[in-house]
Design a protein around this ligand. Structure first.
Ligand SMILES: [Zn+2]
Length: 147
């Protein structure tokens, strides 16, 4: 069987990131929601985001600072974003990388807190992006759940 292991170099620290075939397969499945999925690799003080498309190709690599919260988040309610079907979604070209990273994590099951943790982003920032994505019709519903 053809190996789908991919190697990239972290744009921030220059270390090699190995993307195993399992991660690529997961990304390909998740990419069916928005056409693209971001794998996040936590390095010391930054996160490497690797954008994978539906066919398993790497669309982009990006490093962002890792947000570390001093105190744990005590949230009574969390939000689960439900993406619009692909054919009803506006063009992804209009989105910033950060917005794309958040959108690519929306699968109708993952909560805003989980997305923030996975991407190393502040919860408030993720929430603001989700609200923007909702008002511009990338997201169909922001479902409130008890955390
Ligand atoms: Zn790095």
């Amino acid at each position: 069987m053809l190996s789908t292991v991919k190697k990239i170099v972290c744009p921030e620290c220059g270390s090699e990131v190995i993307i195993d075939s399992e991660a690529v397969e997961v990304a390909k499945k998740k990419a069916r929601f928005s056409g693209i999925y971001s794998l996040a690799y936590h390095h010391e003080d930054h996160v490497v985001l690797v954008y994978i498309d539906e066919s398993g190709g790497i669309r982009g690599v990006e490093a962002t600072p890792l947000f570390k919260s001093d105190k744990p988040l005590f949230l009574k309610f969390d939000i689960v974003p439900v993406p619009n079907p692909r054919d009803k979604m506006p063009s992804l070209n209009k989105l910033s990388n950060e917005e794309l990273a958040v959108l690519s994590r929306c699968d109708g099951e993952t909560s805003a807190r989980e997305i923030a943790e996975a991407l190393g982003m502040a919860y408030g920032r993720v929430k603001a992006i989700l609200e923007k994505l909702y008002s511009s019709h990338y997201i169909k519903e922001l479902r409130e759940v008890v955390a």
